[in-house]
Structures are given as structure tokens and as C-alpha cells.
Design a protein. Structure first.
Lengths: 131, 38
């Protein structure tokens, strides 16, 4: 995701991360993993529920997730701890200026990869109109 | 899809409450909801 920053900027949007751990975990994540990006947290996970995001034991510990974890470890991304809800799953949203959700991707597995290009495509009409 | 962001708040890295809708008040966002920070 963070490697797509320039694509996202070129698409007329800002990339923002939301997690669900304590504030100090959010700050640590920002400093360690995504310096320069905005990071927010929702420890209550209310916004996760409101946006339809899933919480699942199978989705986080199932075979698809384990394979994805092995791939990530081989690529050098080692998960050292869980700072937040261990069974919460994520998702990706494209939000137009003003707050309208144009694209929603609800992940079913910890191994799901965000489809950044599809999210950006949903915002393209806004970019054309603003130029 | 025409739903809006929910009327809820998140916390920034200093612990301040921020309305989700304010995040997108004057810009488009790719909003990545992550599983956890670890």
C-alpha cells in the first residue's frame, strides 16, 4: 500500500490508514511503518462495524491467511506482535471529497490484498471535473 | 454506491478525536482500514 503513495497522489487522493489499537500503537506504526502518512485509530472498532468490516477467527487463522503470512515473511515482513484486535479484518475505501464512499472492499481473509487501482478508478470522474 | 462515511470519530496519533467525515471534507481519500498495527 505505502508503495502506491505516488499513484494515489497522482489519482487526486490522499492515503490514510485507520487501525484499531491504542493511540501509542498508532503512533508507533506511523513512525515505524508508514512515516509521512496520516494514521488514525478506532479502539472501539465502531467505524469498522459501521463500514461493514468483518471480524473472523477463520479469516485470520485459516489456510489462506497462513499462506499469505508465509509469503509476507519470505518477503521480509515479519509480524512481531498484534497491536489491536487479533481477529479484526480490514478493507479499503475510496472516498470522494465531501465524504461519499465510491468504492468499498471488505476483506474476508487476512491474506486479502487491497485493490488500489479499482479504488482509484472510482474517483477518476472527480479528478477530471476538478481539472 | 452513494453511502457516506459514518458519523463517527477516530483518534489521531496524539489522541485527539477526529470526525471521519472531516477527514474527507476537502479532499478525496483512499482509506485503508488495517487489521491491526502489529
Amino acid at each position: 500500500m505505502r508503495g502506491r503513495r505516488e499513484d494515489i497522489k497522482a489519482g487526486g487522493a490522499d492515503l490514510v490508514f485507520v487501525g484499531n489499537g491504542a493511540v501509542h500503537f498508532a503512533k508507533h506504526f506511523q513512525e515505524r511503518e508508514v512515516p509521512g502518512f496520516e494514521v488514525y485509530t478506532d479502539p472501539s472498532r465502531e467505524s469498522y462495524r459501521a463500514l461493514g468490516l468483518k471480524r473472523s477467527l477463520l479469516g485470520t487463522l485459516g489456510p489462506q491467511s497462513l499462506l499469505a503470512g508465509m509469503r509476507a515473511t519470505r518477503a521480509g515482513h515479519v509480524q512481531t506482535s498484534v497491536e489491536g484486535d487479533a481477529f479484526q479484518l480490514g478493507g479499503l475505501f475510496a472516498v470522494a471529497r465531501g465524504g461519499e464512499i465510491r468504492y468499498a472492499e471488505i476483506h474476508s481473509s487476512a491474506g486479502d490484498r487491497p485493490k488500489v487501482d479499482a479504488a482509484l478508478a472510482s474517483l477518476r470522474s472527480d479528478v477530471r471535473q476538478s481539472r | 454506491m452513494a453511502a457516506g462515511l459514518p458519523e463517527l470519530t477516530v483518534l489521531d496519533t496524539e489522541g485527539r478525536e477526529i470526525k471521519l467525515r472531516e477527514l474527507a471534507a476537502d479532499r478525496a481519500l483512499i482509506l485503508a482500514y488495517i487489521r491491526h498495527f502489529g
